[in-house]
Design a protein around this ligand. Sequence first.
Ligand SMILES: [Zn+2]
Length: 455
Amino acid sequence: MEISTLARSGLKTIPLLVALATSSVAGAAAEVAAVAPAVLSPASGSLAVRCGRLIDGLSPTALLDQTVLIEGGKIVAVGSSVTVPPGVRTLDLSAQTCLPGMLDLHTHITDIPQNTADFTVYPRLSPEEHLAIGRPNGKATLEAGFTTVRDVGTYIAGLDREMRDEIDSGKIPGPRMQVSITYLTVPGGGGDMLLPGFPKAKAKTPLARLRRGVARGPDEFRAKAELLVADGATVLKCIASGAVLALGGIPGAPEMTPEELRAVAEVAHKHGLKLAAHAHGARSVKEAILAGADTIEHASLIDEEGILLAKEHGVALSMDVYNGDYIDTEGRKQGWPAEFLQKNIDTTEAQRQAFTRAVQLGATIVFATDAAVYPNGLNARQFRIMVQRGMTPMQAIQSATSVAAKAMAWDDRVGALVPGRFGDLVAVKGDPLADITVLEHVDTVLKGGEVVKAL
Ligand SMILES: [Zn+2]
């Protein structure tokens, strides 16, 4: 959600290939077993998947009648004449289209939209209570076909890391995650949970934990960025300009200075991490690019000069072009502050027009939705907007697979159905190249060769 943004970083933890000992997985296994006896051993991570049509995330066209062989959780072969070793079971998806597990590079998986109506919920509930609310989002996201997310902000610093650790240890289902711990933001900025008048004595989440990434000046930002890396951030997230879902602040107006942006970029890169910079305004977009940001979040009011600058510097645009519809309908029903609703109107159509221009100019655009502004798990609703606004269906799919994986520096492990990457695979009935909305109803999901969901 973007009241503010977070940053996270880091590839310190490679997600474990674990058997997801959950009722949903067991249920899925039972269903598939009925179709193809003894196909699944949830702990094996080895499986041959027969795909009627295959979009591998990299090739410009789909391939027919392909087999994806997964051993030990990783893809070892893909082709039309793959030999399946003895003892490896086959999952027959010959009536479906297979794609790589999808990626969303802008989520807030620990949060829910209802919290936006009243920010005092953040101190009023304890971190454990917030985590209890957020846990089901992991299952919803994974079962929607998103096997990897880059989570760019929780107001309760570190809640994202706690959820990731539960997922990676097999305690709960969920996607692979990069985590930003919290937002790097100026006092009163888009990522600052300032709650004037809220009685500190009633806070079940300490206000210090809600403001862990607040800083002013390059030196303070450098120190805070180092703190978040020490906390376990695997990507850093900063709020360069005002936010839509924040009280006060103008989405187009700069909040961090170029020197402050440069300071956090330097810390991120020193630790081998990416910097995701929240920037709505044309000026902030350019300042963030020149300061060293790796992705620009929202980019709502980016101009042509900014688009070309992003291309020149190899910076990807994370444009969340769906959620404006949700804010304007459901947010209004839920009684979100009038200021948020107006700022949303001010940015939604402008962002969609900028998106079209960015596609025309050949900028790199990654699939990024700001999940938690709308309910986590509905991420795929953004595809239809991306195609309506200028992408081909294949471009939209690649933005959520190989292009996204490269932008988060995980193209060695996810984002394509090719040997060496994790056996993360989704399948749908129908052809997403003919109708992109079929991705809103994923039928089969594999993570690391384990069946998470099946017809
Ligand atoms: Zn956000």
